[in-house]
Every structure is written in C-alpha cells, then in structure tokens.
Design a protein around this ligand. Structure first.
Ligand code: CMP
Length: 148
C-alpha cells in the first residue's frame, strides 16, 4: 500500500556531507520524493517534533542538537514507505545498527545518528506539518511505478 513518511537528515548528517548519499539510497530503493528542503529548525519546532520524548532525560540535548545546524527534510511516498525507510535507517543506536543500514554504515552513537524517520502513520501525521506546508508538497506521478 502506498504510504508517506518523513525523513530528516540531522545536522551531523548534513555537516558530514552525507545528504546526497542518503537521498541516493532512498531514491534507488524506489521511493518517490514529494517534498524536500534544507532548513533550520527552531526551538519551537524541535519541541513539537520531539514532544513524545519531553519527559526523557535527553530531551534538552535532543532539542539543542536538532537546532544546532541545518537539516534536510524529505517527504517520501511509496509502497510501505514507513516500514521500508525504518528498515533502511537501522536501529536507533548507531553502534548496534546493522551494516548496510544508513546508521549501521555511518553512525556509531545513539545521539548523533544522522537520520530521523517516522516510526508510524500516527507519528508521520504529527511530524510532517511541522516541516512542510501544503504548497511545498508536490503531487505527481514519476511514471515508472511499474518498474518497482
Ligand atoms: P530519532 O529517531 O530522531 O528520535 C528520537 C531520538 O532520541 C533518537 O533518534 C535518538 O537520537 C535519541 N535518543 C534515543 N535514546 C537516547 C538516549 N538514551 N540518549 C540520547 N539520545 C537518545
């Protein structure tokens, strides 16, 4: 079933110039990019995005990290996009994520783990309006759907 998901290439991913590599992997898999931008995250946006973690000891660090530099926000559409992208992303802790996953190949820590991806449709519905307005979502058919 076609789904949408949100990916954020976090400040460490952007600073390490991994954006192209990550986008290449997501596109090659057969996911359609329907929104994408380089942007700064305000403290208000960060607090909303990580609302579910507000009582955790690391909440303050999460907010300061995601606001510490530009991110690349990407909206993707495709078959089972949420679970497919989570699988490609790998386990949260980069020191435990499998080789071949994005975190498994490029991260060795839990708090500098390069990428965020929505973990459910509920999370996606909460997260994506923080980063994209309606007119930034480009609805179109790539025309190669029969190849994937
Ligand atoms: P993310 O997928 O962006 O969603 C929540 C983030 O919290 C997660 O990636 C991790 O980077 C971060 N996180 C989870 N557990 C810890 C922890 N124990 N210490 C610091 N950060 C954490």
């Amino acid at each position: 079933m076609s789904e949408r998901t949100l990916v954020l290439i976090k400040p460490d991913g952007v600073k390490r110039r991994l954006s192209g590599e990550i986008i290449k992997r997501l596109e090659s898999k057969g996911l359609n990019i329907i929104g994408m931008k380089l942007m700064k995250v305000s403290e208000e946006m960060a607090r909303k995005h990580y609302d579910v973690h507000k009582d955790k000891v690391f909440f303050k660090d999460l907010v300061s990290y995601i606001t510490s530099g530009p991110i690349v926000a990407i909206l993707l559409e495709g078959k089972s996009a949420i679970s497919v992208v989570r699988t490609m992303t790998g386990a949260t802790d980069g020191s435990k994520s499998a080789p071949g996953t994005i975190r498994g190949d490029y991260s060795i820590s839990i708090d500098r783990n390069i990428i965020h991806a929505s973990d459910s449709d509920e999370s996606f519905m909460h997260e994506y309006p923080i980063f994209f307005s309606k007119n930034e979502i480009i609805e179109f058919q790539y025309g190669d759907e029969d190849l994937f």
